[in-house]
Design a protein. Structure first.
Length: 120
């Protein structure tokens, strides 16, 4: 890969991107330009805010069903975007794994790995 790219380690579970392999447990290794790091951080931040909103909603409206909650759909959308980013910058083996996730379906992918542009 290009010289300006760095290896990063992404943890969806911990909502973090690490620059060193031994910093913390991680699930995905990516090789990308540092300018894409804010994209990951922004998506993780948005998911965190939405999850907190869900926590509050769960206590104030426990009768409201999960699958009707808009915040849950927004979390799913951002999670799909995270997997699309990882798919864009990872190795072939991980790409194949991600393509088997429910976010991808045969003939009708819910997300695509189109070239990603960093935030300006």
């Amino acid at each position: 890969m290009d010289n300006d790219k760095v290896r990063m380690y992404v943890s969806i579970a911990n909502q973090q991107v690490y620059s060193h392999k031994d910093d913390s447990p991680w699930e995905y290794e990516v090789e990308m330009s540092r300018e894409f790091l804010p994209v990951f951080n922004q998506l993780f931040s948005q998911i965190g805010r939405l999850e907190f909103s869900n926590l509050l909603r769960g206590h104030s409206r426990p009768f409201f069903q999960y699958h009707y909650d808009r915040d849950n759909h927004d979390i799913d959308l951002r999670t799909m975007k995270l997997y699309a980013l990882i798919h864009e910058f990872t190795d072939d083996e991980t790409k194949k794994f991600i393509e088997k996730l429910p976010y991808f379906t045969r003939g009708n992918p819910k997300i695509t790995s189109a070239p990603v542009q960093p935030f300006s």
